[in-house]
Design a protein around this ligand. Structure first.
Ligand code: GH3
Ligand code: MG
Length: 318
């Protein structure tokens, strides 16, 4: 522990430093108030022993300056040492930012006990800082995990809905278009029935990874929307642009050539529904999701493994 000792009397300063060394702590001597403040800045001690009456600036002012140097949450214990023994002097010392007040001449035993007590408080404070940091990290990790889907590792529906609402409001402010792509794996029940649920899960993971590589423009977000359904929001993207992305996605999944002998194409395929809108104050982004779902239904109906669009999205009709 580094202890800054600010004391203008050379003999007292030496005595105090000797006591500190005997306790196996490191003293940092300062003979004036200004020198004390400078050394505080340079050495960042763990504790300050501070004389009150000094020729340049008094101890109360030194304490005030130290408290100003410290960043919020930082607190270095300050013990005043003084022969001023009126109640008001003690009160002033504490008000100036001191933590304790010892009357001179200070006994070696009392000084030792006070230093030990301050050391205990310091250690408790340090473990509290470590604990707070751990808690902060855990909270951040928790926040990250609550926005991810456990199986595929991409965003989950809860996170998607929050992002969609945010992007919708942003699009409204700047009068921009926004698109939604809904995707659903074709004949996936049959895949599970053929290969078992575990292989079904692995297939979902592979598809999620493949789809996430096709929506990497800043602002795009892909999420797992339900069992074998995926959804993407593409801010600032028109219907034709989003349909192009959906077609890329369709091709990417098909190109994985995941065997599915029971399905018409012999491998895993996906159907897509796309819808776009310029966000308006009276519209609800969930209506746009509904429109994309309708287009997806059309894609299924027309034979699957294709992209369909909802041509006009009119919120009044939904
Ligand atoms: P369609 O081409 O019309 O979409 O047919 P489908 O069989 O894909 O659709 P359906 O809605 O009949 O079945 C969806 C299936 O998706 C049901 C279930 O077996 C499977 N599924 C949903 N969630 C999961 C999951 O988390 N893991 C696995 N392995 N399968 C899932
Ligand atoms: Mg399906």
């Amino acid at each position: 522990m580094k202890i800054l000792v600010i004391e203008d009397s050379r003999s007292s300063l030496k005595l105090l430093c000797d006591h500190i060394r005997k306790m196996y702590f490191q003293p940092i001597p300062a003979e004036t108030g200004h020198q004390g403040v400078d050394l505080f800045l340079k050495e960042r001690p763990d504790l300050v022993l501070l004389d009150v009456v000094m020729p340049d600036i008094d101890g109360f002012e030194v304490a005030r300056q130290i408290r100003q140097i410290e960043t919020p949450g930082e607190w270095t214990p300050i013990i005043f040492l003084s022969s001023l023994n009126k109640d008001q002097d003690i009160e002033r010392g504490i008000a100036a930012g001191g933590d304790d007040y010892l009357l001179k001449p200070v006994s070696e035993v009392v000084l030792g006990a006070k230093i030990r007590a301050m050391q205990r408080i310091l250690q408790m404070r340090q473990s509290l800082v470590v604990l707070t940091r751990k808690l902060d990290n855990a909270n951040q990790e928790l926040k990250r995990l609550t926005s991810l889907d456990g199986l595929t590792g991409i965003a989950n529906r809860r996170h998607f809905d929050a992002v969609l609402l945010r992007e919708w409001r942003r699009a409204m402010r700047i009068g921009e278009e926004l698109s939604i792509i809904m995707a659903d794996i074709d004949f996936f029940k049959l895949y599970n029935d053929t290969y078992g649920h575990q292989n079904g899960d692995e297939c979902l993971r592979q598809i999620a990874q493949a789809l996430s590589h096709t929506t990497d423009r800043g602002g795009d977000l892909l999420a797992r929307y339900g069992g074998e359904e995926f959804i993407a929001v593409l801010p600032g993207t028109s219907l034709s642009g989003a349909s192009f992305v959906a077609e890329q996605m369709r091709k990417t999944v098909s190109d994985l050539r995941i065997p599915h002998p029971g399905a018409p194409f012999g491998h895993i395929t996906t159907s897509f529904g796309v819808a776009s809108a310029v966000a308006m104050p009276e519209t609800d982004p969930q209506d746009l999701v509904g429109a994309a779902d309708l287009a997806l239904y059309k894609a299924k109906h027309l034979g699957r493994n294709q992209v369909c669009q909802t041509l006009s999205f009119d919120p009044q009709e939904n």
